[in-house]
Design a protein around this ligand. Structure first.
Ligand code: MG
Length: 387
């Protein structure tokens, strides 16, 4: 069995997806081996992970380690330092788990794509900002993009065994903690309320994006690139229980859905074990004795304008999705530090997009320049929209 062990590089190992990836590896040590670990911020946790998994390669951003203590500890644990992009393309790596957050994930994703790797992709920005570039390169190199996000994993699982393009894909959204709030209630939402997601445990940025429905909009753009689907064949339904992770409707009207308890370890594991399914006693199962109803409803685009803004930016394409991402990141940071209100997140993104002169079929440099521009513009804009 030794030769069937998949060798993994986990980029972003100390974040939510990274930690849950390591949980899967702990549960299935005969199937996966960690060969490389990379983290940006939490060097203490990285040192614990390196001590446990003994990877051959490590990567970290040392800017936060002021007296070099953790760096010295990491060096004493062994493991050769590799820059992220070399790690993502290294010949000893079978599957790259791309869990680095934000646009820092873009360059290593492209390096893995160019090297023709299997890429378990959790980094949203790679496809939202540069979906055209990433998917074009993947076609050339034979790299495989294996979705990790629960919705895209669900669609991917529904498409298995089908040989025709689907008629429509339907992404489910929990609707976040404020799905029943009135506009007046939304004006007063606090950071603590926004961080209390009802069904998923995730990092702060994606939790806020779930509360504004921006996250679902970004997922629509990712689905467009991952499954080569036009935007008018992708729809969103609110499903608060987070049991049905997405659905696919076929030419004959038949609909397939993927169901499971909301636990990211399942889609992570499927991306790693694909095309096999592995029994993992640690994954929770649906309890069919306690099962009651599953409900679906239309998203409220007026109360949650970020969803519409994202889909519109996706349709326009070019540099608009990069501007959307950057403006949202700035706005979410301003909200988390209590400098703008929850509803100002959408207003900031909307005004930044309105100021942008898009470039069609941009190069990577043009995408990154649009990102820089949008960050500055969003900061200026946020000062103006502050309610
Ligand atoms: Mg998701």
């Amino acid at each position: 069995m030794e030769d069937e062990i998949k060798r993994l590089a986990v980029l972003g190992s100390t974040g939510s997806i990274g930690r849950q990836t390591l949980d899967v590896v702990r549960a299935l040590p005969r199937h996966f081996r960690i060969i490389a670990l990379a983290a940006g911020k939490n060097l203490d946790l990285l040192a614990e992970q390196v001590a446990e998994f003994k990877p051959e390669f490590i990567s970290y951003f040392s800017g936060r380690d002021e007296n070099g203590e953790v760096e010295a500890r990491l060096a004493s644990l062994g493991g050769r330092f590799l820059p992220l992009e070399e790690m993502a393309a290294h010949p000893q790596v079978d599957t790259v788990v791309m869990a680095t957050a934000g646009k820092a994930g873009l360059a290593p994703t492209l390096a893995a794509v160019k090297a023709g790797k299997n890429i378990a992709l959790a980094n949203k920005e790679s496809l939202v900002m540069a979906g055209e570039i990433v998917t074009r390169q993947a076609k050339l190199s034979g790299a495989r993009l294996l979705p990790v996000d629960s919705e895209h994993s669900a669609i991917w699982q529904c498409l298995a065994g089908e040989n025709q393009a689907p008629h429509q894909i339907i992404l489910t959204a929990s609707g976040g903690p404020f799905r029943d709030f009135t506009p007046a209630q939304l004006e007063k939402v606090t950071v603590a309320q926004a961080l209390a997601h009802p069904s998923w445990r995730m990092g702060k940025k994606v939790t806020i994006d779930s509360a504004t429905l921006m996250n679902k909009g970004l997922e629509v753009i990712e689905a467009h690139w991952l499954f080569d689907m036009p935007f008018d064949r992708i729809r969103v339904l609110v499903h608060p229980r987070s049991i049905v992770h997405s659905l696919v409707e076929f030419a004959d009207g038949s609909v397939k859905a993927q169901l499971s308890r909301p636990d990211m370890r399942l889609p992570i594991q499927y991306a790693l074990s694909y095309p096999d399914r592995l029994p993992n006693p640690q994954l929770p199962r649906l309890d069919w004795d306690e099962f009651d109803s599953l409900t679906f409803s239309q998203p409220d685009l007026a109360a949650f304008p970020c969803l519409g803004l994202a889909i519109e930016a996706g349709r326009k394409g070019g540099t608009y999705p990069a501007v959307l991402c950057a403006a949202d990141e700035v706005a979410v940071e301003l909200f988390l530090s209590e400098r703008i209100a929850f509803v100002d997140i959408a207003a900031t993104v909307e005004r930044t997009l309105a100021q942008h002169d898009g470039i069609a079929r941009p190069t990577l440099e043009e995408v990154l320049a649009a990102d820089e521009w949008a960050r500055e513009e969003a900061l200026k804009t946020a000062a103006g929209v502050k309610s």
